[in-house]
Structure formats: C-alpha cells, structure tokens
Design a protein around this ligand. Structure first.
Ligand code: SF4
Ligand code: SF4
Length: 331
C-alpha cells in the first residue's frame, strides 16, 4: 500500500522516509521489497507477538480505561533507536514470525476477553497492510483499534487508516531534539511527527503522547518546554502526556535509569506550560500514575503501574464536581 512505481523504482510514501527503492532492494525498514517495480511487504504473515495487555501498558490512560488490548507486532521498524527495548524484533535482520490471518487475530482478541486491538512493540506503520486488514475486521466486530507509533507515518497513511483507528500513542524520544533523533534514531527530520499528530487530530483520532527522557544524553529542557507548548497550542491542554523513565537497554547500557527527580522536574515543567494531565511512566507507585480532576483536584482514576485500580468517573464526569474530563469510555 502507498507507493508509486516510477521507471522500475518503488517510491514508498507509507512513512516519511520516502524511500526510493530500486528493483531487488529493501526500504530502510528492511521489510518492504521492490520486486520488478512492485513493492511487497515481507511481514504480512510474520506475527511475532500476539497477546492481551492492559491498555495502560501502551500507555493509553484516557481511552477505554481498564480495558484489555490484544497486542500484535511483526519484525521491523523505520527507526534505529539505540535504546530500543524491543530491539530484538524491531531491528531484526531476519524476517521471523508466524502466519496468523487478520480474522484469526481478531478472534484471538475476542476469545481472550479483549475490547480492542493494539498495533505495538515495533512500528505499526511498517506492518501497515496487516494492521489495516485486521483493524477493519476488528471494527466490524465491535473492537477498538489503537497504534503505538513513533509518529513517522505520512499524512496519507494517517488518512488511510483513520476510518478504523480510534486512538494513538505517539512516542517522542529526547523531547524531539533534532540532534538526538539524528544521533540515536537515525532520523534526520522530526517535523513529520508533528504533521502526523496534526493529521490525527484532524481525523479525530484520540491522542496521547509519550516522551522518553534519558539522563545525560536525552534530557533537553528547552526542547521539552517547546514540545509541551506545541501540545497545548495544537492539541489542547488536556492531551495526556507521559514522561517516561529510561532503563538501560540495547546499545545504551552505560547510562543509569532516569532518576525520579528528573521525571519530577519534567512533570513540573509540563504543568507550568499548561498541560493538565502529565503522567510518570515506568515508575510504579508514583502519584502521577493517577488521574486528577483538573477542576477540583480530586483523584478520579487510580492506577498502579500498568494496572487500573479504580475508575471513579461516571460517563467521563468527575464524581466530585461534575467536570467533563478528556476520557473516552469504551463499552
Ligand atoms: S515504510 Fe519502509 S520502505 Fe516505506 S518509506 Fe518507510 S522506511 Fe522506506
Ligand atoms: S521507534 Fe520504537 S520500536 Fe522503533 S526502534 Fe525506536 S524505540 Fe524501537
């Protein structure tokens, strides 16, 4: 899907790398191959993960709280993050996995008691065809669909999946600092991520955002402020933002985990910039795992780690003051 054949070259516009792939070669993601001018996905039948997860794990805190999302992935990614916690599958050079047709994936989700599908762990954009076909069937069967994405889809990709996509978690790393993306993700332009977010907003896809903060190399306070301001201005002050603590992984093993103090400082910055729902990620037991009513300040959803303990909202309304929170329930 989403390519043009130009004199035998495949011009892919599924993601913002816009690879121009000669015949016999692969795109940057290593999972799309040009065979005689036709671009083929190599991962449609290569499912490497298929299991139920609490939606809080994505993280999605304001969409279908407490629900279970059947989470699927194939190998491959269009980024090369040197801190990726799923690098074994995202950076795999061999196309491993099992053929599980979309109908069966949806049936597995229903049989395991899930209310939705999550396309996650690696980058859903690069297994777009499988996600698209599965999402269509899932929607017909009453399930929601959500992407956990690095945000590098093209606007065309967003528009294509939009009729079936209910929610996205868009992951920033290092607060969107361009040098950080260049050096640690091999991404040379961060602007497409902002375009993806605007396209999702336009298509009324529910948005949550994460930002991974790696001490020493990925803590950019000015970029973080800029990012928060952009979110407030373009997406709204009630857009949930998750500030994620890093844990040593893949090629970054010589830097310690993000101290709680750094996460707390970032939360403060985000709140000062006007964001109403700023969460601490990967720090179980932190007070900012819970949702507080922006008007009266009472706790309305209590969580621990990826688990929901109590949701006090009544049809999205605060039970203490009646304020309507930016929370979508799913039944
Ligand atoms: S999806 Fe893959 S082939 Fe297509 S533009 Fe992105 S990296 Fe290149
Ligand atoms: S974008 Fe996500 S899945 Fe891809 S390499 Fe980076 S952290 Fe891993």
């Amino acid at each position: 899907m989403l390519y043009k054949s130009v004199n035998g070259e495949a011009h892919c516009y599924l993601c913002s790398r816009y690879c121009k792939i000669p015949s016999g070669k692969l795109g940057f993601c290593r999972v799309r191959e040009n065979l005689n001018g036709k671009l083929y996905t190599l991962v449609y039948d290569k499912v490497v993960s298929a299991n139920p997860d609490p939606i809080q794990k994505k993280p999605l805190f304001h969409f279908a709280p407490g629900s279970m999302a059947f989470s699927i992935a194939t190998p491959g990614c269009n980024f090369r993050c040197d801190f990726c916690c799923n690098w074994v599958i995202s950076q795999s050079r061999s196309i491993i996995g099992e053929s599980i047709p979309p109908e069966q994936l949806v049936q597995m989700a229903i049989d395991s008691g899930c209310q939705g599908m999550s396309y996650t762990y690696t980058e859903p954009t690069i297994f777009f065809e499988l996600a698209y076909d599965t999402a269509k069937i899932a929607q017909q069967r009453g399930l929601y669909n959500m992407f956990v994405t690095n945000g590098y889809m093209t606007v065309e990709a967003v528009e294509t999946i939009a009729p079936y996509l209910n929610a996205v978690t868009v992951d920033f790393k290092g607060s969107g600092n361009p040098d950080f993306y260049r050096k640690h993700c091999q991404v040379y332009d961060v602007n497409p991520i902002f375009k993806t977010l605007e396209a999702c907003k336009e298509k009324k896809i529910f948005i949550e955002i994460t930002n991974l903060i790696i001490p020493e190399i990925g803590d950019f306070k000015d970029d973080f402020k800029k990012l928060c301001r952009w979110i407030v201005e373009k997406l709204g002050e009630e857009t949930p933002l998750h500030v994620l603590a890093f844990h040593p992984n893949y090629k970054i093993t010589d830097i310690s985990a993000t101290p709680v103090k750094l996460i707390d400082e970032s939360i403060k910055i985000a709140e000062n910039e006007g964001l109403k729902h700023v969460y601490a990620g990967n720090i179980p037991g932190h007070r900012n795992e819970n949702t507080y009513c922006p008007r009266c300040g009472n706790m309305v959803i209590e969580r621990y780690s990826i688990f929901l303990r109590e949701n006090k909202l009544k049809n999205g309304l605060c039970p203490f003051c009646g304020y309507k929170l930016n929370v979508i329930e799913w039944s």
